[in-house]
Design a protein around this ligand. Sequence first.
Ligand SMILES: *Cc1c(COP(=O)(O)O)cnc(C)c1O
Length: 417
Amino acid sequence: MNAVSKTEQQAATPVTRQTFDEVMVPTYAPSNMVPVRGQGLDLWDQEGNHYLDLTGGIAVSALGHVHPEVVAALHEQAATLWHVGNGYTNEPVLRLARALTDATFADRAFFCNSGAEANEAAFKLARKYAHGKFGPSKSRIVSCTNSFHGRTLFTVSVGGQPKYTEGFEPLPPELTHIPFNDIEAARAVITDDVCAVVVEPVQGEGGVMPAAPEFLQALRELCDATGALLIFDEVQCGMGRTGKLFAYMDYGVTPDILTVAKALGNGYPIGAMLTTNAIASAFSVGSHGTTYGGNPLATAVALRVLQIINTPSFLARVTQAADTLTAKLQEVVRDYPQVFDHVRGKGLMIGIAMSEAWMGKAKEITKAAEANGLMLLIAGPDVVRLLPALIISDAQIDEGIARLRKSVDAALAAQAK
Ligand SMILES: *Cc1c(COP(=O)(O)O)cnc(C)c1O
């Protein structure tokens, strides 16, 4: 026997961005820098370069990197009990379910590991509920074009972006897409054969588009009139990002099913589907499940995250930070009308739409930003997106704005060459 195994030898060999191209299935095109350490909104790469992270790991790291209280919750649970399987329940999952139902319209929670799985559970529950109550012909699901609900075959088909479904046909049938915020289109298709209508209160991947309050209100009324369930996908906009715990609270329109994931675990994978007693009872023992769903490690972390975010003072600060950041971004847009058109979004979910001349070039801004120590996202080719940790300070907002201005100058200079 070798003293050092092959696996151990490999673990000691340096890995770089190049390694990604050698050993990973090519589903992503990651940046050339490889982050190795984070703290709050600060991040460092393999070379020791510093970045201000305004991506929040795509709306996941709401409390920033390695938040001490969340780390403590993880450490404590890691030394107590990791996993027991669904033949047993556990204390952290029951505490989290209690906290989430106390905090929302919901009576019941189902836990899983991602946003796609939360939506998959929601769509399956809506089908089962309608089948039981109205019969199998009530099976159609209505969603919006440009929406995003995950990457399983069912959720990606419900999502309204053909670029994500091409080549994966045949797709599940009985799905209809309507334009976001189009009340007339909703009226035309939400009829008696519809079992569910699903919408993101603020579209994320689709370009940071807030729903019009009248649109969500109209969907609520159409669902009530036809017996369809209204599902809000708050995987990206939930958990305090809009300044309320969930965006539905701000709109004053209550869904029948709510899905949440991304920020729920602050980076520890977990998703949840929340609903009422009456709807939950359409599922029975064996109807649905997942091995890791509601695992003690994930739920202990999520409970701590929820306790920190769901306080009036924390949420009030999110709104204050959002107002400050948005106002300063509007000044940037005003100073660079050749590059940007307008700022939109809700709370700390912010998009900057590119000008006519810079359509399709949002990525040039995020690339220049990275070279200037600033991490930003895009939401499609025409929108620069910011999803900073909700704990962003005023000093970090100023630093972000300064680096953004430098980056836009650099992008303009590169353009002029
Ligand atoms: C990210 C996202 C999903 C998918 O979540 P995963 O954890 O990637 O499966 C679903 N809906 C919305 C609105 C999202 O932003």
